[in-house]
Design a protein around this ligand. Structure first.
Ligand code: FES
Length: 408
């Protein structure tokens, strides 16, 4: 993060610690219609106009570090093979043989020099080119060059692999904008996968994500965990272009690290991390579906995926520094780190099923958000911009009011 931006975050924290009145000029936020969380219509709009044309984090580049290593991305009703070619490039393809659609990869991850369909053995190289067809003469006029695997746009940002189902998407780093700029000092490309957590939750994916976009709840539901570590009163929020956002909470103890793990953090400290990321827990909301509470002691990407309008999955992918072989399976530090997060996640998730039931019932009209919850509203404004306001029925829209309060 640039020095002037870090100084602005510190100043905003100081202001928030003193503030006890509603910020002058900030609007009362309009109600967010509950049907955005419950209707099949809005879910379908998201599928058609949001998920199909947005960069989506898929895996870590270090999970496919070797030539020929691959991983399957199975989300949103799609199945994509992400693989590293012999030239070292990471590429993505729909997992569908161009003969009759059988998968060219059957397992979640693995290593292969060629992608061979198990149905009739059509064979593709790691660039997706069809290179062998058994008894090819029986296809008559047939050009293998026209039957390569269908590509999916794929790019790598600082060690994270993203895919995009649009034909010709804007470059990933352009879409990430300020997030990519601010997080460059975290050297995420040098970090390694340390562990994962996975949850399936009976609520709309946005209801689960909302819990990670505000700290208003911290004292109420995290009194023995987060509230002992971070000072929610000093929450400093930045609304960033593209629906992204930042939320910095000052740490109550050890500005050097160790927030989420054991006190053995020095071994795993990420070198060169700016003070703003040491003194505070800076959680970035990255449009459309993940947050990352960066910390020099290690941190996860917390990613949310829709399953249906009333069910979602949440996946935490932890990265950190220190010896590559130290992970949640082999090291006490990372085991504790991931286990502590698991406790906090379950605290965050405890009301979600009930919230979804309230949204589905007539007992609740929609979300009434306060100044501290404006990141949620900002995300909804961006949903409407991406989906296209003309596609959204008037009763399902949110009024755009936060642009004047965003950071340039
Ligand atoms: Fe793949 Fe026939 S479906 S070779």
């Amino acid at each position: 993060m640039r020095n002037d931006r870090a100084a602005a975050v510190s100043a905003q924290i100081a202001y928030e610690l003193e503030r006890d009145t509603h910020p002058e000029g900030f609007p009362t936020l309009p109600l967010i219609p509950k049907a955005r969380y419950t209707s099949q219509e809005f879910f379908d709009l998201e599928m058609d106009h949001l998920w199909s044309k947005t960069w989506l984090v898929a895996c870590r580049a270090d999970e496919i570090a070797e030539k020929g290593q691959y991983r399957l991305f199975r989300r949103l009703g799609k199945e994509v093979v992400i693989t590293r070619g012999v030239d070292g490039e990471v590429r993505a393809f729909h997992n569908a043989c161009q003969h009759r659609g059988a998968p060219v990869v059957g397992s979640e991850c693995g290593k292969a020099n060629l992608l061979v369909c198990r149905y009739h053995s059509w064979c593709y190289d790691l660039t997706g080119r069809l290179i062998r067809v058994p008894e090819e003469h029986d296809f008559g006029e047939f050009d293998k060059a026209e039957h390569g695997l269908k590509k999916v746009a794929c790019d790598v940002w600082d060690g994270w692999v993203f895919v995009n189902f649009a034909e010709d998407p804007v470059p990933l780093v352009e879409e990430l904008g300020r997030v990519a700029e601010d997080l460059a000092p975290m050297t995420m490309g040098e970090l390694r996968l340390k562990g994962r957590l996975h949850y399936r939750i009976k609520c709309n994916w946005k209801a689960a994500l909302d819990a990670f976009l505000e700290a208003y709840h911290v004292n109420a539901i995290h009194p023995k965990t987060v509230a002992t570590l971070l000072d929610g009163k000093g929450t400093a929020i930045g609304l960033l272009k593209g629906g992204h956002s930042r939320m910095a909470l000052p740490k109550k103890r050890s500005a050097a690290g160790g927030t989420w793990g054991t006190d053995d953090y020095e071994k795993y400290d990420i070198e060169g991390v700016p003070e703003v990321f040491r003194a505070n827990n800076c959680a970035y909301g990255v449009f459309p579906n993940f947050v990352t509470p960066v910390d020099s002691a290690g941190f996860p990407f917390v990613v949310f995926w829709p399953v249906s309008k009333g069910e979602c999955e949440c996946e935490l992918i932890f990265v950190g520094a220190g010896p590559e072989e130290d992970t949640a399976e082999t090291s006490e530090y990372w085991r504790t780190f991931v286990a502590n997060y698991d406790v906090i996640q379950n605290e965050d998730f405890q009301f979600l099923e009930h919230i979804q039931a309230s949204l589905e019932s007539g007992a609740f009209d929609g979300l009434t958000l306060c100044h501290q919850e404006r990141r949620i509203y900002w995300m909804h404004e961006e949903f409407d911009r991406r989906i296209g306001i003309d596609h959204i029925p008037a009763a399902l829209r949110v009024a755009p009011v936060l642009e004047p309060f965003s950071e340039s």
